[in-house]
Design a protein around this ligand. Structure first.
Ligand code: OAD
Length: 237
């Protein structure tokens, strides 16, 4: 492992926010164990039954607003600042739609699956900060169309966001770290193999071995709030 990496690419998933009380997706009792994603997280579901889809995201948005960052989020924000101070860069790519990385102090967060605290107008494409419940009565602040606002999150069957920026950052990293992600959803799940193909050392930090565990050079298992601060401290961050 690189002892003093200068360009760290960190990929986070739902496990990093689990200890903040936000549910993961595929663990026992997780969100997709209780709800059918095809009925709640696809463009087809939204077209067929927008109220049910909007209700589901209203509930999750309220949960995000009520949650607080945990020690894993804070450790990543500190590492970003410390690495920047010594001329390096921590590129934080998250699959999470919450804002807990930002609230912990991370300056630059790339949300590849979008952000729940933003709404997008299906008519004009404008993205607007949004903390309230969403309903079909809401009008777009930009174009005034009614009934066309949706959460600015990526649904199954849609393209994740900012893939060009993410792949460029991965290509120049000298360490790849995945935290709290099951390795079940692509393209994020493929980044570890892309990193290895580029000769970049890889480490997984997770509660238990992920679906992708055999693809990593190294692993540390435990709750993210403990394992991640320890790991970053070992890197001098
Ligand atoms: P998953 O729910 O698939 O995986 C969460 C991972 O976090 C699992 O491997 C858990 O073992 C681990 N975990 C749970 N608690 C943890 C803790 N306290 N500390 C560390 N690890 C812990 O969530 P993601 O991999 O993020 O996409 O899911 C990827 C995508 O699937 C999500 O972004 C979402 C979902 O469908 C969309 O909605 C587009």
């Amino acid at each position: 492992m690189t002892r003093h990496p200068e360009k760290i690419f960190v990929l986070t998933g739902a496990g990093v926010s689990a200890e903040s009380g936000l549910g993961t997706f595929r663990d026992r009792g997780g969100i997709w164990a209780r709800f059918d994603p095809m009925k709640l997280a696809t463009p087809e579901a939204y077209a067929a039954d927008p109220d049910t889809v909007l209700d589901f995201y209203d509930h999750r948005r309220r949960g995000v607003i009520a949650a607080e960052p945990n020690a894993a989020h804070v450790a990543l924000a500190q590492a970003e600042a410390r690495l920047a101070a010594r001329g390096g860069r921590l590129f934080l790519c998250t699959q999470n739609v919450d804002d807990l990385h930002e609230r912990a102090g991370s300056e630059a967060v790339t949300h590849m699956h979008g952000e729940l605290l933003k709404a997008r107008c299906c008519a004009c494409g404008t993205v607007t900060p949004w903390r309230a419940d969403l309903s079909r009565a809401d009008a777009c602040p930009a174009c005034a169309s009614e009934g066309r606002m949706r959460p600015d999150v990526v649904w199954f069957g849609e393209m994740p966001m900012r893939l060009d920026v993410i792949e460029a950052a991965l290509a120049e990293a000298d360490l790849f770290v995945a935290v709290g992600t099951s390795g079940a959803v692509y393209p994020a799940a493929g980044y570890v193999r892309q990193a290895r193909a580029l000769g970049i050392p890889t480490c997984e930090i997770n509660l238990e071995p992920s679906d992708n565990a055999d693809a990593f050079d190294a692993a540390q298992y435990g709750p993210a709030s403990e394992a991640l601060p320890r790991y970053l401290a070992d890197l001098g961050l």
